[in-house]
Write a protein that binds this ligand. Structure first.
Ligand code: GDP
Ligand code: MN
Length: 383
């Protein structure tokens, strides 16, 4: 997952790197803002690049610009992400914008090192991308430092020192946080040759969260900014929204099986609303996960059908059906027909429980037929 610029910059600042002073601003924080010296920049915090070109960065020249800027930016949608917060920081005066990044290349287990004297917003766009110096480096801090020195020899005199120093000072952070990507773009170069972190992309691996407590805490403390990751941390299950106008909601267990289901639906021209790996094996008698997922699906504006796929190994379908009925009762706003492919241990008990509840769920044991039914029911609902 991508950390927001603000959180990544806080980590860099804590490690002693030069980051412009700044803070995170949510709606409602505006009144209590301490005055930062002007000019400032206001930057939307969404986990994607290209915010500048998308209108998500504003210069605050005078105090009055702040409220207007925040009002315009908060709630905006940038590349499919609703803006919940902005970073307000001191604007930097610079003479150049350089670029540097380390990317973990998981296949060969290397780090891709990229450097350029010409960073800035044009790097994001393939048609305007400047030349980037590139090297594949073994995933080792000392090797990375050596590669930085070697590659930087090909940079122009004016920026070589700054880029080398900045890149070298980022090496320990890349390893400490087990990062997948650490990009600085722009690395602002000032008239006196010094450098400042302009923008940071730090992608981290959620699978490392059990030992990366600091990263996990960022997510846990800001569930509004990292809804998917926070849900996964707290609930121990995966849920990813796919298509806001999707018409089939999925309540599925097993990541591979769930992805396969999504592929099949897409291949048949449907628009799945979400990915889900609810991990039925870990319900432990609690319908909370089911309720949360059903609530999210119910909130989809175009939902016409819900497809459940529970493949029970050691889990008991009777128990799952019991929880499902409780969950459905607590999400009455979910009106779409529900088709459940259930197979395995306790199926007869599950059938009995669902029948007793008045058959709010249509059970089908064959996966292909369950998909057919869910699609047919979505189409009927459209008619
Ligand atoms: P991105 O578009 O999401 O990559 O956001 P960036 O933080 O990289 O900002 C995009 C561009 O906005 C930068 O390349 C700069 O040209 C400009 N910008 C950002 N911060 C400042 C600042 O403090 N001062 C000035 N003068 N320009 C800035
Ligand atoms: Mn940038």
């Amino acid at each position: 997952m991508m950390l927001l610029e603000h959180d990544a910059k806080m980590l860099l600042a804590a490690a002693g790197l030069p980051v412009p002073a700044g803070r995170l601003v949510r709606r409602g924080d505006i009144a209590g803002l301490p005055a930062l010296p002007l000019p400032q920049v206001l930057k939307v915090q969404v986990p994607v690049g290209g915010r500048g070109k998308a209108g998500g960065i504003r210069l605050v020249r005078e105090a009055g610009d702040l409220a207007t800027g925040l009002d315009e930016l908060l709630g905006m949608e940038i590349k499919g992400h609703r803006v919940q917060a902005c970073r307000l920081e001191r604007a930097v005066d610079f003479v150049g914008e350089a670029y540097l990044s380390f990317t973990l290349d998981a296949g060969p287990g290397n780090i891709r090192l990229l450097l350029s004297a010409q960073g800035g917003v044009d790097v994001e766009d393939p048609s305007t991308r400047p030349h980037l110096l590139s090297a594949a480096v073994p995933a080792d801090p000392e090797a990375l430092r050596t590669a930085i020195d070697t590659l930087a020899e090909r940079l122009p005199d004016g920026v070589r020192g700054a880029v080398t120093e900045a890149a070298r000072s980022l090496v320990p952070l890349f390893f400490r946080y087990e990062a997948l990507l650490l990009e600085i773009n722009p690395l602002f170069i000032r008239a006196d040759g010094s450098w400042v972190i302009g923008d940071t992309k730090l992608a981290v691996d959620e699978n490392a969260f059990p030992r990366q407590r600091e990263l996990a805490a960022i997510v846990r403390d800001n569930p509004d900014l990292y809804p998917e990751a926070a849900l996964k941390l707290d609930q121990g299950y995966d849920y990813v929204p796919l298509d806001r106008d999707g018409d089939i909601g999925l309540v599925t267990t097993g990541a591979g099986l769930s992805m396969q289901l999504i592929d099949e639906l897409v291949a048949r021209g449907r628009r799945p609303f979400n990915f889900c790996d609810i991990r039925t094996g870990q319900f432990k008698g609690d319908p909370a996960r089911l309720i949360q997922v059903l609530e999210r699906i119910a909130a989809g504006p175009s939902i016409r059908s819900v497809l459940i796929n529970f493949f029970a190994g050691h889990t008991d379908l009777g128990e799952i059906a019991r929880l499902l009925i409780i969950a459905l009762k607590s999400v009455p706003q979910l009106q779409a027909p529900i088709t459940a492919r259930m197979i395995g241990n306790g199926l007869d008990k599950a059938r009995a429980i669902i029948a007793e509840a008045g058959n709010p769920v249509l059970i089908e044991t064959d996966l292909e037929r369950a998909i057919d039914l869910a699609i047919a029911r979505a189409e009927n609902a459209h008619a």
